[in-house]
Design a protein around this ligand. Sequence first.
Ligand code: 0GY
Length: 304
Amino acid sequence: MKFEKTPGWLDWYAGPSKPRFTLPAGAVDAHCHVFGPGEQFPFAPERKYTPCDAGKDQLFALRDHLGFDKNVIVQATCHGADNSALVDALRHSNGKAKGVATVKRSVTDPQLQEMHDAGVRGVRFNFVKRLVDFTPKDELMEIAARIAPLGWHVVIYFEAVDLPELWDFFTALPTTVVVDHMGRPDVKLPVDGPQFELFVKFMREYPNVWSKVSCPERLSVSGLPALNGERNAYRDVVPFARRIVETFPDRVLWGTDWPHPNLKDHMPDDGLLVDFIPHIATTPELQRKLLVDNPNRLYWAEEK
Ligand code: 0GY
């Protein structure tokens, strides 16, 4: 099946630079996606955007180019609850990828087990209104209860303004909870202002909550140096990510977010994104926890 991309869609950055920052051995890109290819893995009818194709071969080539050892592939909303592209990528990764799926309440136990055998270790609950239709919280809570015995966790994606309303639901989840992109703070607001303090409180009071300190290119409002290939991009995000890394060093993850869905003004060079890491994790110990110890503990624990 042929798909027309959403008008204005930005394809991923061809020919990313080599990072100057050398990733530690065993580093994991813990947030990335596969899109299609649409001919093989059709996009979901309920999708809110139609992306370019961005398949497993390109993802694994990027992994090797940047110097990562492994990937965590997160089901993107353009594939809805059809996890076939994700599962196919996991099965062809030689054990070098784990996954986070999207499931509906109708998923069967044998289907969950099949995904587990392929390397799925979590489900994603998305609350970003431009990306998904509303799912009732009781359905999500039922799914969380079903996946908990498998040792899976829940990944949550939401905007900072929605955290107060979602608080009771999030804090009742029975599993480890991983927040995408620090709950999307508004980085024009102070890092010690009420909005980000609420997120810090969430992590402080609930030791089962982890955060991805990813997506400076999505959160930044001063990001444009990246357009010129300058290596000091996205600095307005540094205080936020650095605060989370330094306060919760054992509960943070990092990922490229390749192939960067829904970016409007520029497509980041993934080599530049890797060079952002030492600004938010400033010591070799923090870098090792962020890139190696934490993702391996969460996703490859049974292989230790
Ligand atoms: C991200 C962010 C976005 C999209 C998705 O699954 C998705 O479609 O996650 C976004 O548009 O902010 O983490 O990839």
